[in-house]
Design a protein around this ligand. Structure first.
Ligand SMILES: Nc1nc2c(ncn2[C@@H]2O[C@H](COP(=O)(O)OP(=O)(O)OP(=O)(O)O)[C@@H](O)[C@H]2O)c(=O)[nH]1
Ligand SMILES: [Mg+2]
Length: 289
């Protein structure tokens, strides 16, 4: 089941609400999620595999193309697609190409309007009309933040899924390696603590992860795009990186349920967002020309 929508509509928040786990990072800034993130929900009768995706956008550099490709591939391949809409910005609808893709998947398509805890009724109704008129699908109302409508949505999705044996053991909640989540939590802290371009110019690579050590040892590199961004990240006398390390460590410790020693390094990988070789080195799937 693929969760898609414009950046910042609350896809990752909803993945977490649907699975009851903190798997996908959530920040107030758009374009937080850069890759697919899988979450598994299992109860007595059903197992559901949810795929969170990067926001549907008009890409202007290679990383964004990789992000869009991750979202559209998920939307093409999943048994069901859930489009999420944001009534706080009702004029920001998915780009045309994405709308066409969703129309082609109308039989497998669910639509939900998120953030109904804070939305104005006129904006919710406007999106409901758009969903009916353009996609031919009724929209449900949910709040990933309060959980309103989430169990009902999950039940409706479960009822529509094709029958299949469980794909994963019943106590699995994720499929990505722990290293992925560790890097994501560092990135989440960067998004929370830094302004403007810095979160977008930043990428995290876990270089070493020793789970048997006590505390668990993590060495990660934070790459920025330009030399001038390095001192911003480090802060005066290293105060910035120290605060970042503390915030990231708390997130990782709560995810792993154990104490962690986090060794953070800052390096420059010039223009990494626009370079195929850099993106591949960082582990992003880069679409062909
Ligand atoms: N009030 C309210 N805020 C929400 C709700 N769901 C998400 N948010 C907020 O919306 C912002 C974006 O949430 P995300 O879950 O990161 O959104 P996303 O769609 O994954 O964003 P990208 O990964 O950037 O595409 C965060 O500040 C969330 O706390 C909701 O139901 N109600
Ligand atoms: Mg997200």
């Amino acid at each position: 089941m693929a969760l898609v929508g414009r950046p910042n509509v609350g896809k990752s928040s909803l993945l977490n609400a649907l699975t009851g786990e903190v798997l996908s990072i959530v920040t107030p800034r758009a374009q937080t999620t850069r890759e697919r993130v899988v979450g598994i929900f299992t109860d007595d009768a059903t197992q559901m595999v949810f795929v969170d995706t990067p926001g549907l956008l008009e890409p202007s550099y290679l990383l964004q193309r990789s992000m869009l490709e991750a979202a559209t591939t998920a939307a093409r391949e999943a048994d069901l697609v859930l489009l999420l809409l944001d009534p706080l910005r009702p004029e920001e609808l998915p780009p045309e190409d994405s709308v066409r893709l969703l129309q082609a998947r109308a039989d497998a398509l669910f639509v939900a309007i998120n953030k109904v805890d804070v939305a104005g009724p006129a904006d919710v109704e406007r999106l409901e009309r758009w969903s009916e008129e353009v996609l031919g699908r009724p929209a449900r109302r949910v709040s990933a933040r309060t959980g309103e409508g989430v169990p009902e949505l999950r039940d409706a999705l479960a009822a529509a899924l094709p029958a299949s044996p469980f794909l994963y053991p019943a106590d699995d909640v994720a499929v990505q390696p722990v290293r992925f989540f560790v890097a994501e939590f560092v990135r989440e802290a960067v998004f929370e603590l830094y302004e403007e371009e810095i979160p977008y110019a930043t990428v995290v690579k876990v270089e070493e992860f020793r789970e048997a050590a006590d505390p668990v040892y993590v060495r990660a590199t934070i790459f920025v795009e330009r030399e001038s961004q390095k001192p911003i990240l480090l802060g005066r006398g290293g105060a910035g990186i120290k605060r970042l390390g503390q915030a990231a460590r708390a997130k990782i410790e709560s995810f792993l349920g154990t104490r962690v020693y986090l060794d953070l390094w800052v390096k420059v990988l010039p223009g990494w967002r626009r370079k195929r070789s850099a993106l591949e080195y960082l582990g992003y799937a880069v679409p062909e020309e």
